[in-house]
Design a protein around this ligand. Structure first.
Ligand code: NAP
Length: 250
């Protein structure tokens, strides 16, 4: 199926590894010129080489700490300079942040900043551009909030879902779509440490109807559809890719 993504442009944060990396690769193979943003320059360079070897459009890379106070403004400026215009924004950077029920403020502040505030600010920096062009697609990576233990990242993602639905309501008239993409357990550096040795297999057999963790490519497949013109009538929704798991164990 042609996704009609050729010659589109996109910004993807958290692009150096895991889900963000797979999304960059998939979009580039579909013909999208991507600004790929993260801190790890070596991984961004290897991503560029990987995309070119796969026959995709070579991404532009930007080394930028997303939590720096001026991070969102710098990313938005770099995107407009490198791409000319932006069609698609994928807000993906983030990291699981388990905390104690009673504990210090710092992890709460850091994780709410990384997983919610900076995405809101980057989106806000690009919205005048989207509104002026009367088009734009925003895809926000979230997570389940059906957890049994405290995790700041999941609290931030719940805020992302509410914010996304509100934005979708107001921005439809500008031709702008806003959706969320919710992973279950996807095999990335973010998740691996929680399932050492045989734990992944045992957990997956017990808790995941489809029997295993997902791969970053599973997320990229759904992401490519959601940001494409094929999904022109999809907005304000949360697409779940979780093998049927529905909740997180942590
Ligand atoms: N994997 C899962 O099962 C799962 C489950 C629920 C939610 N999610 C969500 O899905 C998204 C992607 O997760 P993932 O599993 O692919 O994680 P990952 O493999 O750890 O990758 C996270 C990405 O975010 C970037 N990042 C983190 N902190 C950053 C910072 N301060 N500045 C710039 N970039 C930063 C990292 O790049 P650098 O380190 O190079 O900066 C990396 O590219 C996240 O929002 C995560 O919360 C994933």
């Amino acid at each position: 199926m042609d996704l009609y993504l050729k010659e589109k442009t996109a910004v993807v944060t958290g692009a150096s590894q895991g889900i963000g990396r797979a999304i960059v690769r998939e979009l580039a193979i579909e013909g999208v010129k991507v600004l790929a943003v993260a801190r790890n320059g070596d991984l961004l360079n290897s991503l560029k080489a990987e995309v070119v070897a796969a026959g995709g459009v070579e991404p532009v890379t930007l080394i930028q700490d997303f939590v720096a106070p001026d991070g969102p403004q710098k990313i938005a400026a770099a995107a407009l300079a490198a791409l000319g215009h932006v069609d698609i924004l994928v807000n993906n950077a983030g990291r699981s942040r388990p905390v104690e029920v009673v504990g210090p403020e710092e992890p709460w502040k850091e994780s709410m900043t990384l997983d919610f505030e900076r995405h809101r600010q980057l989106t806000q920096a690009l919205l005048p551009h989207f509104m002026e062009r009367k088009q734009g697609v925003i895809l926000n990576l979230t997570s389940t909030y059906e957890l049994r233990t405290l995790n700041v990242s999941a609290v931030a993602k719940a805020a992302v879902v509410a914010w996304s639905k509100q934005l979708a309501g107001q921005l439809g008239r500008y031709g702008i779509r806003v959706n969320c993409l919710q992973p279950g357990l996807i095999d990335t550096e973010n998740i691996r440490p929680y399932f050492p040795g045989d734990e992944r297999r045992k957990f997956a057999e017990r808790e995941i109807p489809l029997g295993d963790f997902g791969e970053p490519q599973d997320m990229a497949n759904m992401a490519a559809f959601l940001v494409s013109p094929r999904a022109r009538y999809v907005t304000g929704t949360v697409a779940t890719v979780d093998g049927g798991m529905r909740y997180h164990p942590f």
